[in-house]
Design a protein around this ligand. Structure first.
Ligand code: HEC
Length: 113
Protein backbone atom coordinates (compact mmCIF):
# COMPACT_ATOMS: atom_id res chain seq x y z
CA UNK A 1 0.00 0.00 0.00
CA UNK A 2 2.74 2.43 0.99
CA UNK A 3 4.77 1.60 -2.12
CA UNK A 4 1.75 2.18 -4.28
CA UNK A 5 1.06 5.49 -2.57
CA UNK A 6 4.65 6.61 -3.11
CA UNK A 7 4.48 5.59 -6.75
CA UNK A 8 1.27 7.54 -7.31
CA UNK A 9 2.79 10.55 -5.58
CA UNK A 10 5.89 10.36 -7.75
CA UNK A 11 3.78 10.21 -10.91
CA UNK A 12 1.67 13.13 -9.74
CA UNK A 13 4.75 15.24 -9.05
CA UNK A 14 6.18 14.35 -12.46
CA UNK A 15 2.96 15.34 -14.25
CA UNK A 16 2.59 18.56 -12.27
CA UNK A 17 6.18 19.62 -12.98
CA UNK A 18 5.66 18.84 -16.65
CA UNK A 19 2.54 20.98 -16.74
CA UNK A 20 4.29 23.77 -14.85
CA UNK A 21 7.12 23.67 -17.38
CA UNK A 22 4.62 24.16 -20.20
CA UNK A 23 2.91 27.04 -18.45
CA UNK A 24 5.10 29.99 -19.28
CA UNK A 25 7.04 29.50 -22.49
CA UNK A 26 6.71 26.26 -24.38
CA UNK A 27 9.97 24.41 -24.84
CA UNK A 28 11.30 24.22 -28.37
CA UNK A 29 10.69 20.49 -28.57
CA UNK A 30 7.07 20.83 -27.44
CA UNK A 31 6.23 23.68 -29.77
CA UNK A 32 3.36 23.14 -32.17
CA UNK A 33 3.79 25.46 -35.12
CA UNK A 34 0.33 24.88 -36.59
CA UNK A 35 -1.22 28.11 -35.30
CA UNK A 36 1.76 30.20 -36.37
CA UNK A 37 1.81 28.56 -39.80
CA UNK A 38 -1.89 29.29 -40.28
CA UNK A 39 -1.14 32.94 -39.64
CA UNK A 40 2.29 33.06 -41.29
CA UNK A 41 2.38 30.65 -44.24
CA UNK A 42 5.77 28.98 -44.58
CA UNK A 43 6.75 29.65 -40.97
CA UNK A 44 9.36 27.08 -39.97
CA UNK A 45 11.11 25.67 -36.94
CA UNK A 46 14.25 27.50 -38.10
CA UNK A 47 12.32 30.79 -38.04
CA UNK A 48 11.14 29.93 -34.56
CA UNK A 49 14.60 29.18 -33.18
CA UNK A 50 16.10 32.28 -34.83
CA UNK A 51 13.40 34.51 -33.35
CA UNK A 52 13.75 32.83 -29.98
CA UNK A 53 17.52 33.32 -29.97
CA UNK A 54 17.22 36.99 -30.95
CA UNK A 55 14.67 37.51 -28.22
CA UNK A 56 16.75 35.70 -25.60
CA UNK A 57 19.93 37.56 -26.50
CA UNK A 58 18.45 41.06 -26.68
CA UNK A 59 15.22 41.37 -24.77
CA UNK A 60 16.29 40.47 -21.27
CA UNK A 61 19.14 42.91 -20.87
CA UNK A 62 17.35 45.72 -19.07
CA UNK A 63 14.36 43.87 -17.62
CA UNK A 64 13.71 40.14 -17.46
CA UNK A 65 12.73 38.69 -20.84
CA UNK A 66 8.96 38.62 -20.52
CA UNK A 67 7.24 35.30 -21.16
CA UNK A 68 5.66 35.11 -24.62
CA UNK A 69 2.20 34.75 -23.08
CA UNK A 70 2.68 37.71 -20.72
CA UNK A 71 1.44 40.17 -23.33
CA UNK A 72 -1.22 39.98 -26.00
CA UNK A 73 -0.44 40.03 -29.69
CA UNK A 74 -1.56 43.67 -29.85
CA UNK A 75 0.66 44.60 -26.92
CA UNK A 76 3.68 42.89 -28.48
CA UNK A 77 2.94 44.68 -31.75
CA UNK A 78 3.15 47.94 -29.87
CA UNK A 79 6.15 47.17 -27.64
CA UNK A 80 8.52 45.25 -29.88
CA UNK A 81 9.02 48.04 -32.48
CA UNK A 82 9.52 50.44 -29.59
CA UNK A 83 12.09 48.17 -27.88
CA UNK A 84 14.12 47.08 -30.91
CA UNK A 85 15.92 50.45 -31.31
CA UNK A 86 16.64 50.41 -27.58
CA UNK A 87 18.02 46.88 -27.80
CA UNK A 88 20.19 47.84 -30.78
CA UNK A 89 21.49 50.88 -28.94
CA UNK A 90 22.26 48.70 -25.91
CA UNK A 91 24.06 46.19 -28.15
CA UNK A 92 25.99 48.98 -29.88
CA UNK A 93 25.13 47.43 -33.24
CA UNK A 94 22.12 46.42 -35.33
CA UNK A 95 21.56 43.18 -33.46
CA UNK A 96 17.94 43.14 -34.62
CA UNK A 97 17.19 44.32 -38.16
CA UNK A 98 13.74 44.59 -39.73
CA UNK A 99 13.49 40.88 -40.51
CA UNK A 100 14.79 40.06 -37.04
CA UNK A 101 12.02 42.17 -35.56
CA UNK A 102 9.48 40.18 -37.59
CA UNK A 103 11.01 36.91 -36.40
CA UNK A 104 10.76 38.05 -32.79
CA UNK A 105 7.08 38.95 -33.23
CA UNK A 106 6.38 35.61 -34.91
CA UNK A 107 8.30 33.73 -32.21
CA UNK A 108 6.23 35.45 -29.51
CA UNK A 109 3.06 34.50 -31.37
CA UNK A 110 4.14 30.90 -31.99
CA UNK A 111 5.27 30.40 -28.40
CA UNK A 112 1.98 31.59 -26.96
CA UNK A 113 -0.51 29.85 -29.28
C1 HEC B 1 17.96 49.33 -23.15
C2 HEC B 1 17.15 48.58 -22.20
C3 HEC B 1 16.03 47.71 -22.78
C4 HEC B 1 16.14 46.70 -23.69
C5 HEC B 1 17.39 46.19 -24.37
C6 HEC B 1 14.79 46.20 -23.90
N1 HEC B 1 13.92 46.87 -23.10
FE1 HEC B 1 11.92 46.52 -22.96
N2 HEC B 1 11.74 48.07 -21.64
C7 HEC B 1 12.77 48.91 -21.24
C8 HEC B 1 12.22 49.99 -20.44
C9 HEC B 1 13.02 51.13 -19.82
C10 HEC B 1 10.82 49.78 -20.39
C11 HEC B 1 9.75 50.67 -19.74
C12 HEC B 1 9.59 51.78 -20.81
C13 HEC B 1 8.25 52.36 -21.00
O1 HEC B 1 7.34 52.12 -20.20
O2 HEC B 1 8.11 53.07 -22.03
C14 HEC B 1 10.56 48.55 -21.13
C15 HEC B 1 9.32 47.98 -21.28
C16 HEC B 1 9.05 46.85 -22.03
C17 HEC B 1 7.74 46.24 -22.14
C18 HEC B 1 6.48 46.71 -21.45
C19 HEC B 1 6.32 45.99 -20.14
C20 HEC B 1 4.96 46.24 -19.56
O3 HEC B 1 4.87 47.02 -18.62
O4 HEC B 1 4.00 45.64 -20.06
C21 HEC B 1 7.87 45.18 -22.98
C22 HEC B 1 6.77 44.21 -23.39
C23 HEC B 1 9.25 45.13 -23.39
N3 HEC B 1 9.94 46.16 -22.77
C24 HEC B 1 9.75 44.21 -24.28
C25 HEC B 1 11.06 44.24 -24.76
C26 HEC B 1 11.52 43.46 -25.88
C27 HEC B 1 10.66 42.53 -26.71
C28 HEC B 1 12.84 43.74 -26.04
C29 HEC B 1 13.79 43.22 -27.11
C30 HEC B 1 13.50 43.66 -28.48
C31 HEC B 1 13.21 44.70 -25.00
N4 HEC B 1 12.09 44.99 -24.26
C32 HEC B 1 14.48 45.18 -24.79
C33 HEC B 1 14.09 48.72 -21.51
C34 HEC B 1 14.62 47.82 -22.41
Amino acid sequence: MTTRYLFTTAITIAVVSLLAACGSAKSTSAINLTAAQAKYPGYSMADFTTGQALYAANCGRCHPAFAPNSHTEAQWAKWVPKMVPMANKEAGTVAIDESGQELILKFLYAASH
